[in-house]
Design a protein around this ligand. Structure first.
Ligand code: FAD
Ligand code: DHB
Length: 392
């Protein structure tokens, strides 16, 4: 089997890349270990930056997103029992965010890619990436019926997420350096059948820990609260969850609208960057190269930004033979990655309760929240970063 760009992973990074390459006349094949059904049912992120929405529209995947996504002009930061609005639209030059679930993005991208002749091998697991330092790298993979296959390509895009195999083809130590931060807490996430409690997302700081009120549709709501990463969903019957969430968003007579919870899960929080994001003819994009704690809502958006840079570099190579943009990929992508790492770490440390925090730290957090909700300059920093930097 042969193609121009071999892509591992049909997540947001792999699918967006494949479609962008297709529009530039470049052929690709995607190897994906999970089934289409499993991908389309996995609940993950929900906030799309303005430039991610623009990218979806530009590549022809924006129709349902434009119709069903919810454009939000602001967010609320809640602390000390009161809500404070950050007006994203006014502070960030008219830019906004759109709430549209990641698995809906994936449904749209998979349908589009297949409709436009894309090749996606589902339930095919990449086992190894080889010969990346030569002009002819290859991906070894195993199909759903156990057949061993080889995909020869000009380039490999490792879009295989945090636990993929792409990254391991960059020699650790001599070439690759990994930067880590593990947080001592996780997020308990729920989906509930209930009406929205608020018109905008609420990020709440509370003595008992962080809480986030988000939405999915007029009758499905998404909420999270800071928890012990080793806790179990079995310890949390619906009633206890609603009580905990309500306590953490208390004040101003604000009441959450509750309903049956039909999905519960715990995710760990970590910050991770792998440098460089390229080695020979292997290019990493999205979670394969970095993860951010979800407080900044950046994970999916960073994946989109990476492949935007990569698609342009690959298309410049195929159009002119120049490797200049390819050679610059890691530097370009990492600049945005570290900005997003900083913002995600900042939002996380400002809003979460750390077990070892002294009374001083709590007071300092409240002062910082006071600053970002009362100083226009500080609020602008939050807004500009939250809606996302323009794609470069
Ligand atoms: P992924 O979406 O992980 O896609 C990688 C794909 O590669 C997967 O489909 C995987 O099956 C496939 N793959 C892996 N290994 C192989 C292999 N060997 N062979 C073939 N295929 C392989 N971000 C937010 O901003 N907000 C959130 O609330 C949020 N919640 C999250 C919850 C969870 C449980 C997780 C894991 C992530 C969450 N994120 C969130 C992060 C966000 O979802 C990711 O940043 C985003 O999915 C990154 O896209 P990606 O394409 O790089 O990777
Ligand atoms: C959602 C997830 C996030 O990580 C976030 O910061 C905001 C909203 C969501 O799933 O809706």
């Amino acid at each position: 089997m042969q193609t121009q760009v071999g892509i591992i992973g049909a997540g947001p990074a792999g699918l967006l890349l494949s479609q962008m390459l297709h529009l530039r006349g470049i052929e690709s094949v995607i190897i994906e270990s999970r089934s289409r059904d499993a991908i389309e049912a996995t609940i993950r992120a929900g906030v799309l930056e303005q430039s991610t929405v623009d990218l979806m529209v530009e590549i022809g995947a924006g129709e349902r997103l434009k119709r069903e996504g919810f454009v939000h002009h602001g967010i609320e930061l809640r602390f000390g029992g009161r809500g404070h609005r950050i007006n994203l639209h006014d502070l960030a030059n008219g830019r906004t965010i759109t709430v549209y679930a990641q698995h809906e993005v994936l449904k749209d991208l998979i349908a589009l890619r297949l409709r436009t002749g894309g090749v996606i091998h589902f339930e095919a697991k990449a086992d190894a990436v080889e010969d990346v330092a030569t002009g002819a790298p290859q991906i070894r993979f195993t199909t759903s019926n156990g057949q061993k296959q080889l995909l020869r390509c000009d380039f490999v895009a490792g879009c295989d997420g945090s636990y993929g195999i792409g990254r391991s083809a960059i020699p650790e130590g001599s070439v690759r350096h990994d930067y880590f931060r593990i947080y001592p807490f996780g997020w308990f996430g729920i989906l509930a059948k209930a009406p929205p409690s608020s018109d905008e997302l609420i990020y709440a700081h509370h003595d008992r820990g962080f809480a986030l009120v988000s939405t999915r549709s007029p009758d499905v709501q998404r909420m999270y609260f800071q928890c012990d990463p080793n806790d179990s969903v079995d310890n949390w019957p619906d009633e206890r969850i609603w009580e905990e969430l309500q306590t953490r968003v208390e004040g101003d007579k604000f009441r959450l609208k509750t309903g049956p919870i039909f999905q519960k899960g715990i995710i760990p929080l970590r910050s991770f960057v792998c440098e460089p994001m390229q080695h020979g003819r292997l290019f990493l994009a999205g979670d394969a190269a970095h993860s951010v704690p979800p407080t900044g809502a950046k994970g999916l958006n960073l994946a989109a930004a990476d492949v935007h840079v990569l698609a342009r570099a690959l298309s410049s190579f195929y159009a002119t033979g120049s490797t200049d943009l390819l050679a610059d990929y890691s530097r370009m992508a990492l600049r945005r990655v570290w900005r997003a790492q900083h913002f995600s770490w900042w939002m996380t440390s400002m809003l979460h309760r750390f077990h070892d925090a002294a009374e001083f730290d709590l007071k300092r957090q409240l002062a910082e929240l006071d600053l970002v909700t009362s100083s226009r300059a500080a609020a602008t920093t939050v807004a500009e970063n939250y809606v996302g930097l323009p794609l470069t």
